[in-house]
Design a binder for this molecule. Structure first.
Ligand code: KG4
Ligand code: ZN
Length: 342
């Protein structure tokens, strides 16, 4: 059903892969006419993590009103839409199904193309959305609650995965350490904030695989080291210096990331690095990586906070590119919990 996609095509984006119900209208891939992100954080906070069934039900309630609202905010009607883009995976299957089913219904009823988007790819495309002149080749570091991927991107929509996590994703490690310290969910932003007042050299935690010559990561040993350290202090009846521990944990995570990203940029000879995904919001990572790349002729890009976290604008933006390439989905496309980037 490939059809010539208009340059300024108006795309409705839908994102329901995890705990944010998000809808957006984006024109021409780069102009965000409206963006709604309705977070379920309060719903899941008491459980220390996302409860999949609760997430699906909350998406079901929130999604159609959010579609109506985002169209209204954008000042467009259903008839103005050129296509609908939706996160197909990876993510929580029940949550994804809500978005995919709604998008199919809209595409079918309006007789417009359906664009089934890879969530990880869309995180990378949040950078192209925000920086219209940005172009590959580049190295992308995709870090979220479920993924840690270091990727060489020689051209648009072409990915060579250089390395990934062997165990916990970066966001997952932040969330688990925060939960152990009683800091609530999601843990990344809290640890990021507390670290500002802590000493990153207070405790020397392990930097796993830092100089192993690969682009892979491992965080489960670090997580255990933090937990053991805190247990020891508790057993001795000592006060827990939460800020120092947060800063020291974060420094151990970021040191390895900066080392591997910097080496990847050098070895692939790219002059641009982009951060993508929820953990790309991390202030220390942005700072330390910026320092490491400075003077090496390599520019660092990261999306604004709103576009780092899960959002439908990045889905619509990548959808626009897919539409132009004729990469259009059939209405029988399935949501899928597991979906590789490449
Ligand atoms: O991309 P995202 O919103 O959802 C997934 O696709 O997983 O990423 C969520 C993850 C959570 O684990 C959260 O703790 C982490 O991103 N995160 C951060 C920060 N903000 C969010 N981690 C470190 N520092 C932050 N400032
Ligand atoms: Zn995400």
């Amino acid at each position: 059903m490939a059809m010539p996609a208009p340059e300024g095509g108006i795309i409705l984006g839908i994102e329901t892969s995890c705990d944010e119900t998000s809808t957006a209208v984006v024109r021409g891939g780069g102009e965000v006419l409206s963006l709604i992100i309705s977070s379920q954080v309060d719903l899941h906070a008491g459980y220390g993590g996302v409860v999949p069934e609760l997430a699906s039900r909350a998406h079901l309630e929130a999604l159609l009103p959010a579609v109506a609202e985002t169209l209204k905010d954008a000042g467009v009607g259903y008839g103005d839409l050129d296509a609908v883009a939706v996160t197909r995976g990876p993510g929580l299957i029940g949550a994804l199904l809500v978005g995919v089913t709604a998008a199919k219904a809209i595409a079918f009823a309006l007789e417009i193309p359906l664009l089934a988007v890879n969530h990880l790819e869309a995180h990378i495309y949040a950078n192209f959305l925000h920086f219209p002149r940005l172009e590959p080749p580049l190295v992308a570091f995709v870090v979220s609650g479920g993924h840690t991927l270091l990727v060489h991107m020689p051209a648009h929509r072409t990915y060579h995965v250089l390395g990934e996590t062997m165990d916990d994703a970066a966001g997952e490690a932040y969330d688990k350490v925060a939960r152990f310290l009683g800091l609530g969910y999601p843990g990344g932003p809290v640890i990021d904030r507390l670290s500002r007042k802590g000493d990153p050299e207070a405790v020397v935690f392990p930097r796993a695989m830092m100089h192993d010559g690969t682009y892979n990561f491992s965080l489960s040993g670090l997580k255990t080291a933090v937990i053991n350290h805190v247990r020891k202090l508790r057993q001795r009846g000592e006060e827990i210096p939460v800020e120092d521990i947060a800063a020291s944990f974060q420094a151990a995570v970021v040191d390895v990331q900066v080392e591997k990203i910097t080496r990847a940029a050098r070895e692939t000879e790219v002059s641009r690095v982009v951060l993508a995904g929820g953990v790309a919001a991390n202030r220390y990572l942005r700072e330390k990586l910026g320092e490491s790349l400075e003077g090496k002729g390599t520019e660092l890009y990261f999306p604004p906070l709103e576009l780092c976290a899960d959002n439908a604008a990045m889905i619509a933006s990548l959808g626009w590119r897919m539409l132009r390439e004729g990469d259009i989905s059939h209405l029988d496309v399935d949501a899928t919990a597991v979906l590789p980037l490449a």
